[in-house]
Design a protein around this ligand. Structure first.
Ligand code: BG6
Ligand code: MG
Length: 226
């Protein structure tokens, strides 16, 4: 069994796709006559596509048939995919590659743990798929974050005890999921919002190699004791 593993959320950690989710939800909201702002979009971060649509319809006080609901899910996603098609490596968030390269050099197993059903096409577009030893996405889970399922499956696929895993997350629900999986959570973004994380950084440019090395050593010790 590997001693340590690193798990990355996708949207908001590796790439800033929140802006494309926003544009696609806004298009649908406009069509339905629902006011939808960039602040409203904050509540959609880390939340499954299905749940996002439920929230949007609740905001507009709209109830619909199952068929209509499914059709709007497809419409939103097709719109979103138009933006994804244009993505390339320039959309990788600052210093993500520096950290991925370092962990790869150290032969530390890495997994993706995302709520998105579009995770693989996005990683392909930004040429990062090859870094990951396991991909756990919205297609492979039955329970959404804050349930720890996504991260526990990722740890199992990496062959790492959850106690030896580090999770990078930008969403409150994701931090909660990592904590309940007994993993070490690192918030990427606003430290006040991500106050439940063990550590937090504004972005990856603020994470140095010394920090990562110490982290790996402390996890190995934690694992040895456990
Ligand atoms: C999460 C995003 O990663 O994936 C959410 O933060 C999004 O905003 C969710 O709703 C589902 O994504 P997709 O690509 O399956 O619609
Ligand atoms: Mg995210």
């Amino acid at each position: 069994m590997n001693k340590t593993g690193f798990i990355f959320d996708l949207d908001g950690v590796i790439v800033d796709t929140a802006k494309y989710h926003y544009l696609a939800w806004k298009n649908l909201a406009d069509e339905l006559g629902i006011e939808f702002t960039i602040e409203d979009n904050e509540n959609f971060k880390g939340v499954s596509r299905r749940r996002c649509l439920e929230i949007l319809l609740e905001m507009g006080g709209i109830s619909v048939s199952k068929e209509q609901f499914e059709a709007w899910l497809v419409e939103k996603n097709e719109d979103y995919l138009q933006y994804i098609l244009k993505m390339d490596e320039n959309e990788i968030l600052p210093d993500v590659k520096r950290i991925l390269n370092y962990l790869k050099e150290q032969k530390i197993p890495m997994a993706l743990g995302s709520a998105s059903k579009n995770a693989i096409p996005i990683l392909e577009k930004v040429s990062l798929l090859r870094y990951f030893d396991a991909i756990v996405d919205g297609n492979s889970v039955t329970k959404a974050k804050p349930d720890p399922e996504v991260f526990l499956i990722a740890a199992a696929k990496l062959g790492v005890d959850p106690l030896g895993c580090v999770v990078f997350e930008d969403a409150v629900a994701g931090i909660e999921a990592a904590n309940s999986a007994k993993m070490l959570s690192i918030g990427i973004g606003d430290s006040e919002v991500l106050s439940e994380s063990k550590f937090s950084f504004e972005d990856f440019t603020k994470i140095d190699i010394d920090f990562l090395n110490k982290l790996v050593l402390s996890l190995q010790e934690r694992n040895n004791k456990g």
